[in-house]
Ligand binder design. Sequence first.
Ligand code: ZN
Length: 167
Amino acid sequence: MATSHKIRTFGDPVLRSKCPEIAEIDATIVKLAEDMIDTMYAYRGVGVAAPQVGVNKAMFVWDDGAGSGAHVMINPRLIETSGTWSYEEGCLSVPGMFFTIERPEHVVMEGLDLDGNGVRIEAGELRARILQHEFDHLQGNLLLTRLDDSTRKKAMRDLRNKQLADN
Ligand code: ZN
C-alpha cells in the first residue's frame, strides 16, 4: 500500500541538499516512488521530488494532467534546453505563493524508469517546466533561486512572516 507523506516546506534543510544518484532500484525505491505518486495526488500537485518527502535521492514523479498518468524519473540529466518561456509557477514546498518565472521552453531530459530502462523525454511548455522544476529540487534548489534578488528577498520575508503567523 502506498502512503501519502507530509510535504516538507521552505526552511527544511532536506530541500537544500543535492541528491545523490540512485545506484540500485530496489523494493525501497519502488515503494518510495509509489508513496511520492500518492503524495502528489493527495496535494493535487503536478510533480513531487524525493527531498519534498524528506528523502535525499535523485528521483521525482510527475503528472502534467494531459492524460498519460504518473511518471517516475530516476537520476535525471538535462541534456538540452532551448527557447524561453515565462509562466506563473508554484511549489508544494512554498505553499500559497506563485511567481512568474522565465525558463527554457523546451527540454530534453534523460534518466531511468522504475525498471531501470533508459527514458528520454522531449518536452515543451508546461511539461518542460515541470521537469525543470523537479530537476531543480534534486540539485537542492527551490523555485526561489530562479527569482531576481529583490523579488527573492521579498518572498523570503513574506514566507518567514507567514511561518511565524502559522506557529
Ligand atoms: Zn517544487
